[in-house]
Each structure stands twice: as C-alpha cells, then as structure tokens.
Design a protein around this ligand. Structure first.
Ligand SMILES: [Zn+2]
Length: 422
C-alpha cells in the first residue's frame, strides 16, 4: 500500500463524513467538483437578504465592493450565488398616522437603494427581475439577479392602494406582518412592548383579506413567514395563488414560533405553495440558553445606545455586540450547515421535493456555521450532494420550485385582471 493511499484512508477513518466530503468533492485543481459540476450550472436563488438603510450610500455601503455585509457582489460572484431577493424591511412601531408615513418613507429609501444598485451603479453586474422569465434572462446574460421583497405589510399602513404602488416599484412578495401585529395580520411573535395581545385579529383582519386579494390581482406573492399560525392558515386558504414562506424553518426540528408545523407545510403544499427553508441559527437549532443570552445582550446594547429596541441593522456591527456574540457562540455553539440541511430534508419529507426552497436571511440575523455569507453558498450544494440529492432535485430546491410558484402567481394575476377587463 503506497503512502498517499494509506494517508487518505487514515484521514477518512479519523474525520469520517467531513473527510469524505472533502475527498469526494475536491479535485486536483483545488476546486470543488460539486461547485463546478452542479453548483456552477444551477441557478441559485436566495429568497431573503436584508439591506441596511444606508445601502448604496457611497462610500459607506458599496455593494460592488467587498463589504462587512454577508451579501455583496464580490461575495455573490465568489460563492456562486446567482439571484437574491433584496428586502425592503421596516420594523413594526405603534400604529399611528405619523408612523405609517415614516414607514412608507423608510420603505422608499430601500426601494431606491436597490434600484440604484441595479440601474445606476452596477447594471453590468446585476439586473432587477420583475418576472420569472427576467430571472432566467438576466442569469443567462452572465449577470447576478436582484429581486425585491417587502418584509412587513406595515409599510402600506391602512392604504390598500400602496400595494400597487410598491408592486410598480418592483416588489414581488410581501411578508404580511413581522414581529408584532399590524393592521393586516397577527404576528407569530406579538410585541408586548407595543401593547400586543396574544392575538388581535384572530388571524387575518378584514383589511388583511382585502390585501391578500389585491396581491393576487397584482401578482405579488403572499409571504406567510412571521405571521401567526391562524393568520398563515387563513392566508393560504384565502389566496387564489400559491403562497410562499420566504424564510422559515420547521417546528418538528426546532420548536420556535417562527417555524412551520408539519400541518402548515402540508397546507402550503396542498395549494401549490413553497417553504423556503431559512439558515437562521435560532430557528434551525432550538437552544433556550442561547436564546436567553442573545436577548440579554441585545437588550443591554439597545439600552446602552439609548434605542427603544435592538436592531441588527443599526447595532449589529458594534464592537460590543460582536464581542458579546463571540462569547455567546463559544458558550452556545451556533447551528451548522448540516443541521440547516436537516430542515430541508424534513420539509422535503413532509411536502415533497417540489415544494421546498432555500433562503439565508443574511444581513438580518441569518447564517449558520458553514453558510455564513454569500461566498460560502457552494457549501449548501455540496451538503445536498453529499445527502444524495440529484442534480435535478438540487436545481428544484435552489430555484426551480420557486420560479414555478412565481409563474403560477403571475398566471393567477393575469386571469384575475382578464376577468376584471371582461
Ligand atoms: Zn424575517
């Protein structure tokens, strides 16, 4: 037995799965075969990437350069992340007329920032897609693909006409509520500090039902991540088009109010919808010690900063937060890529391979050990390959399923608009 072969066997014996993966996927050039053979050709699409309010404010946040963000163009290019929904997120505040106006203002800043990236700053590197066909065309042209999603229907306040205004600005999905109830739906996580009861509307409000119908008419995907169990079931039932969970994991593997129960996943799939499983450590791995320590740290930082509430976007880069998180990560290790893919496996088992997708929540608290920014996206594909998913299945998980759902949402809108015209 020659020495190199002996060495390989020894390493395999010692490191088990990790070494197997490295041996299987790394070729002589040092490039992973998983990356070149599967990850390269497959169109990878992440349905949830947050942006800071200062996005595309040069020189502070230039997405064309290497940044401290988990997603920027260099990281997408290095990691083979082809397409991402950039998120117009606005956090819940007290529902007053002034705050509705401020929420709209904050939303428009983010819409403008995303358009600045695709239209003014880097049109040769990334294009904005408004339809599933655009996604394929832009990807085919060798550019990255940006899409826009809204996180928190709070940005429409009580004004139904704003759904169309935001659609016209490029929004193709809207998460009905975030943390805290709004005028549309109950949240899975009420805000006691805002006076939230456990439930306010018993699911969707009457206004919320009108919002779902308007989204169906326009062709805006109804996103049920973040909303309460009852609101989710009602939205899926009411929506004429398939609904999406843009970034959620599974309750069966991690009991967290943000996750989906098997019943919820079956209801979603039964109407043709999709669960985009999220690589968010706290949703992937239930760890009460970590949750409590994280909450204590965030409360302390908010207090020190004189802010009413901790914000990842405003405070996530502070040294005291980073140091606090490093200590928490040492005491309570974060979820791993393998644990994240366990959730994908579970969702596939419950819903079927055609109803599951992938999301990160990068720059909004997302990331697991092994997929911690866009440059590490190839690791997800490698882990799926390791578990025996075929090329066709990996393609479905990365974008095929999602693009099919989006096309169905567009078809429903065309039908509803055609009916209205007749
Ligand atoms: Zn979220």
């Amino acid at each position: 037995m020659s020495r190199p072969i002996f060495l390989i066997i020894a390493v395999l014996a010692v490191l088990g799965g990790v070494a197997w993966l490295a041996f299987e996927l790394v070729d002589e050039a040092g490039e992973t075969r998983g990356f070149s053979r599967v990850h390269g050709p497959v169109l990878t699409l992440d349905t949830h990437v947050d942006i800071p309010p200062t996005y595309t404010t040069l020189p502070e946040v230039d997405p064309g350069l290497e940044t401290r963000l988990q997603v920027d163009l260099p990281k997408m290019e290095r990691g083979g992340l082809d397409a991402a929904f950039f998120i117009v997120y606005v956090g819940q505040t007290a529902r007053t007329e002034d705050n509705y106006a401020a929420a709209k203002e904050a939303a428009l800043v983010k819409f403008n920032a995303i358009h600045a990236m695709t239209d003014a700053l880097y049109p040769s590197r990334i294009g904005l897609a408004s339809t599933p066909a655009d996604v394929v065309d832009i990807h085919g042209s060798g550019r990255k693909v940006a899409m826009i999603g809204i996180e928190n229907g709070y940005v429409i306040g009580k004004d139904l006409s704003l759904v169309e205004e935001y659609y016209d600005r490029g929004a193709r999905y809207m998460t009905l509520a975030h943390v805290g109830h709004n005028d549309i739906a109950d949240s899975s996580m009420p805000r006691i500090d805002l006076g939230d009861a456990p439930a306010e509307h018993g699911g969707l409000s009457d206004f919320g039902r009108d919002v779902v119908k308007e989204m169906n008419r326009l062709g805006m995907m109804v996103d049920i991540s973040h909303i309460s169990h009852d609101a989710m079931m009602q939205a899926v039932e009411l929506s004429e088009a398939p609904a999406i969970a843009s970034h959620s994991a599974t309750t069966a593997l991690a009991d967290h109010p943000r996750n989906l129960t098997d019943d919820q996943m079956r209801a979603l799939a039964a109407k043709g919808g999709i669960a985009q499983i999220v690589a968010f450590s706290t949703y992937v791995k239930a760890d009460p010690g970590r949750t409590a320590a994280g909450m204590a740290l965030r409360n302390r930082i908010a207090q020190e900063q004189g802010a009413p509430r901790f914000s990842y976007l405003a405070h996530g880069k502070l040294p005291e937060f980073r140091e606090g998180m490093a200590e928490i990560n040492r005491l309570y290790p974060r979820a791993t890529l393998a644990q994240f893919v366990d959730h994908i496996d579970h969702a596939v088992k419950v819903m079927g391979i055609d109803y599951v997708g992938i999301s990160s929540d990068f720059d909004g608290g997302g990331g697991v050990v092994g997929w911690d920014d866009a440059s590490e996206t190839g690791n997800v594909t490698a882990e799926l390959l390791k578990r025996g998913y075929t090329y066709e299945e990996i393609e479905k998980l990365w974008s095929g399923n999602f693009l099919r759902v989006w096309a169905e949402v567009d078809a429903v809108a065309a039908r509803l608009q055609g009916n209205a015209a007749n």
